[in-house]
Ligand binder design. Structure first.
Ligand SMILES: [Zn+2]
Length: 361
């Protein structure tokens, strides 16, 4: 039975998300979560998934959501981030099913000072639920990993209780992802804090599992956001197997992978590290930095190659000052932006390949 016999195309929620992640664990692949900041980047990711016949996770970061709404809108009290994530969600909902692939619609890291953003999205989920019987989003991430562990777990639990009646998925983080992302800087974090102990992962499981099964854990195993010179921090994806075994033994689970795990800060990881993570029950891997760069590459190369056509509205400068051919088809954003979409498309497909997520429908 294929994935599309189990879940429908388009945005999926609740039990369908769980079915997707169970299917991924069983077939030993993970799904890339592509950070998107515009309808253009959403479409590029969807097109890549469609052509490779794979499920997809689309996610909006806090800053990415604000950009989606427009930088001209004031983000006081998270106003723009709330608006932008909702606008993005409606765009994805409108087009996703026409690409024929299941899509998990997700919001990325939400730290303590950004909680009004999560509150705003949850209000939108509740309103959508009233009308359609499912939340607007498939899932959200809460990330209180910078706060004391007890506070992280108890606040996460409180939010999970709000999500549960809608079968809304919640991803949480325990332990610290190094580096810098979206204004959260952990570049000087204590190295030990970059590896989450199994006891902490189990503590999260104990707090959340009595409420609902719809949660995943981003446990730190030396992950770093962004791309840095190698050698600074050692990635240890084999630790994830220890967490799975620890929880399995504690709860007497029949499954070797009782946890749904998430891989953050994976840009620049080796194929082997990614495969070890996936074989240890990682179902989602975040991809942001690499697709940002890929999107630029297409636009950059187009502009550099066509520079003589882009300096004026009329005239190819390489043909001399008297040339009068129109340049409209060069500066039309549908042309140069499309080049960015094409290079991003390729990078999304590479992420799929790395994660074993090819022809998985
Ligand atoms: Zn992350």
């Amino acid at each position: 039975m294929g994935l599309l016999d189990i879940v429908p195309a388009g945005v999926i929620t609740g039990d369908d998300v769980k079915k997707l992640f169970d299917y991924a664990q069983e077939k030993k692949f993970a799904i890339p979560a592509i950070n998107c900041t515009s309808s253009s980047t959403v479409n590029a990711a969807l097109e890549a998934a469609r052509d490779q016949k794979t499920p997809l996770i689309i996610q909006f970061s806090n800053g990415g959501a604000a950009f989606y709404a427009g930088k001209g809108i004031d983000n006081k009290d998270q106003h723009a981030s709330i608006l932008g994530s909702i606008a993005g969600a409606y765009h994805v909902r409108a087009v996703a099913k026409h690409y024929g692939v299941p899509v998990v619609l997700h919001s990325d890291h939400c730290a303590k000072e950004l909680l009004p953003w999560l509150d705003g999205m949850l209000s939108a989920d509740e309103a959508y639920f009233k009308e359609h019987g499912e939340p607007l989003f498939s899932s959200h991430m809460i990330d209180l990993s910078a706060d004391p562990k007890e506070e992280n777990i108890s606040t996460t639990k409180k939010y999970f209780e709000r999500c549960a009646p809608m079968k809304l998925w919640l991803e949480m983080e325990i332990g610290i992802t190094g580096g810098e992302e979206d204004g959260v800087n952990n570049e000087s974090a204590d190295k030990d804090a970059l590896y989450t102990p199994s006891e902490d992962v189990y503590e999260v499981y104990q707090a959340l599992s009595p409420i609902a099964p719809y949660f995943s854990i981003a446990a730190a195993f030396g992950n770093v956001h962004g791309v840095y010179k190698p050698g600074n921090v050692v990635l240890r994806p084999e630790l994830l197997e220890q967490h799975q075994k620890f929880v399995k033994d504690k709860i007497g689970s029949e499954s070797n992978h009782p946890l749904y795990l998430v891989f953050h800060g994976g840009s620049g990881s080796t194929e082997e590290e990614i495969q070890t993570a996936v074989s240890n029950g990682v179902v989602k891997m975040n991809v942001d930095t690499d697709t940002q760069y890929a999107y630029l590459a297409g636009v950059r190369d187009f502009v550099l190659e066509n520079q003589p056509r882009l300096m004026t509205q009329v005239g190819d400068q390489s043909k001399g000052p008297d040339d009068e051919s129109p340049n409209k088809k060069y500066y039309d954003p549908r042309n140069w932006i499309r080049h960015g979409e094409k290079t991003m498309y390729k990078r999304v497909q590479q992420a799929n390949s790395d994660l074993g997520n090819v022809n998985t429908l």
